[in-house]
Design a protein around this ligand. Structure first.
Ligand SMILES: [Fe+2]
Ligand SMILES: [Fe+2]
Length: 494
């Protein structure tokens, strides 16, 4: 199905950029950041002669030299709020988030913007370098030059550092406060993914799972959703193919919370809904990974196993002591998240049962996230718009029509993350739906086009803006398929 039928072609196709790094390099890059982070922390505790340091120095050294052997040279550079590895943007993994943040902050404080390892490095050099680096005075402009001199005085010429480049007028479309909230949003999002991963892994291994942190994070998410839901909704575009279950749980929870907010739920009910959504598929931790990640259709036996996950989920949740008081609607919500009004869903029931409100909310969130995420058996997912169209077709059997309407109002006619063509022939990404119901077709759009010289343009535009004559400056003509234009939508929400 191609909902975005072509009528006119945009003027240029944006070349593949951030997604261009191969996965092995990306893995090595992430490893480098983590090792750098750990070592920086350790050096603040121990002096340079301490044996406790050896293992960490060796590990960092191995990563550096593996990269130099592979790439010839290794440069790690800050560009705005990202790290670039040998001039290619490095996307961080879920686990790597804390290390990226730490390193970015520490480098920026010391005004160091780039470190280059020109040839293979030896252990002594690295040890000297890391201490010289950590001891640089914060905020001192000459730091890069000073570090260079120190290294040279120790005959180390293969490691170089350059000053941080301050790009003027960065992200001027945002206020400082907005940026802060976005940072908080990122932190909550990635921490929740990490925590749910821990919980699921522990349950899978029949180990004790601590859910108190999950509860705390749900509170933070609720606060953010109440303040400005578009921040967390934008995060749901970060679809992680390898970490499907964890990302999925968090995304479903974000959508569910946003629906709950529209329904006027109290904070207490939102907390219950958020936790229920986070744990809705927890029963899958009892299903073998081979079945969960099977690239082909499930056979009968496997399908029977799969159908047990709602009930298994109920059992697990009832045994999670630290959840505290469990409202029955949380348990019921997990039980009936695959039940349909005509009994065609599962678990199999012999008497008709109305699907609970939590269950109906989760069903919508669940279906939308599943459809818009690439999976091992469906590499190219639906665009947000296509997914909504499919859901509308199935609405009376599978989805509560009223809740679906609320959900569409929430993600907009042009959902967050949609790639759109504007009448100015620019391409943009829907960044934030218009909060005024009259202007659902006029969201805030991040224009990600190229100018005449071919340089990238990134501008946040509000489609309700008019020119002097009272007509709209820009309007959406149609949506485009990001896969055809090689645009990594998620990158713009990080
Ligand atoms: Fe499920
Ligand atoms: Fe699910």
């Amino acid at each position: 199905m191609d909902i975005a039928q072509s009528t006119s072609q945009p003027k240029k196709v944006i070349p593949k950029s951030s997604s261009g790094m191969d996965s092995e390099l990306s893995k090595l890059g992430n490893n480098l950041i983590t090792k750098f982070h750990v070592l920086m922390r350790i050096t603040q505790i121990y002096d340079s002669k301490n044996v406790a340091l050896n293992q960490f120095v060796t590990e960092f050294l191995d990563t550096i030299n593996t990269l130099i052997n592979r790439e010839g040279v290794l440069s790690l550079k800050i560009v705005k709020n990202d790290f670039f590895l040998n001039d290619q943007p490095l996307r961080y993994s879920v686990e790597g988030f804390t290390s990226f943040k730490y390193l970015l902050t520490q480098w920026k404080k010391r005004l160091i913007g780039e470190v280059t390892f020109k040839t293979l490095v030896e252990e002594e050099m690295l040890r000297y370098f890391i201490y010289a680096f950590i001891n640089l005075e914060e905020g001192r402009e000459e730091n890069a030059g000073l570090l260079k001199k120190q290294l040279e005085s120790h005959h180390i010429t293969s490691i170089e550092a350059s000053p941080l480049e301050i790009v003027e007028g960065e992200e001027e479309a945002f206020t400082i406060q907005k940026e802060d909230q976005r940072e908080v949003g990122k932190k909550v999002f990635f921490e929740t993914i990490g925590t749910i991963k821990e919980v699921i892994t522990n349950i899978r291994g029949n180990q004790y799972a601590d859910v108190r942190k999950l509860k705390r994070l749900a509170q933070k998410a609720i606060h953010l959703v109440i303040e400005d839901e578009s921040i967390l909704l934008g995060m749901t575009m970060i679809k992680n193919y390898d970490e499907y279950t964890f990302n999925h749980s968090v995304n479903v929870s974000i959508y569910a919370l946003a629906i709950g907010k529209r329904l006027g739920f109290s904070k207490k009910t939102l907390a219950e809904l958020g936790i229920t959504a986070l744990l809705h598929d927890i029963g899958k931790s009892k299903i073998p990974r081979e079945v969960l990640n099977k690239p082909a259709a499930l056979d009968n036996e496997e399908w029977e196993m799969m159908k047990k996950h709602p009930l298994a989920g109920v059992e697990i949740v009832l045994n999670l002591k630290q959840l505290g008081e469990i409202n029955p609607r949380m348990v019921v919500g997990i039980f009936d998240h695959h039940l349909t009004s005509d009994l065609s869903g599962y678990p199999k029931l012999y008497r008709k049962k109305e699907v609970s409100l939590f269950g109906r909310i989760i069903q919508i969130a669940d279906a939308y996230d599943a459809m818009t995420t690439p999976r091992i058996y469906k590499k190219i997912p639906f665009t947000p718009e296509q997914a909504l169209a499919v859901m509308l077709l199935e609405k009376t059997i599978h989805f509560d029509p009223l809740l679906l309407k609320i959900f569409i109002g929430l993600v907009g006619i042009y959902p967050i993350g949609s790639l759109v063509l504007l009448n100015t022939r620019e391409i943009g990404i829907v960044y934030k739906p218009n909060s005024d119901g009259r202007w659902l077709d006029r969201p805030t759009v991040l224009v990600v086009d190229r100018d005449e010289k071919g340089d990238p343009v990134k501008e946040m535009v509000d489609l309700t803006e008019t020119d002097g004559g009272g007509s709209y400056k820009r309007s959406i003509v149609k949506t485009l398929d990001p896969y055809k234009y090689h645009i990594d939508i998620a990158k713009y929400f990080l």
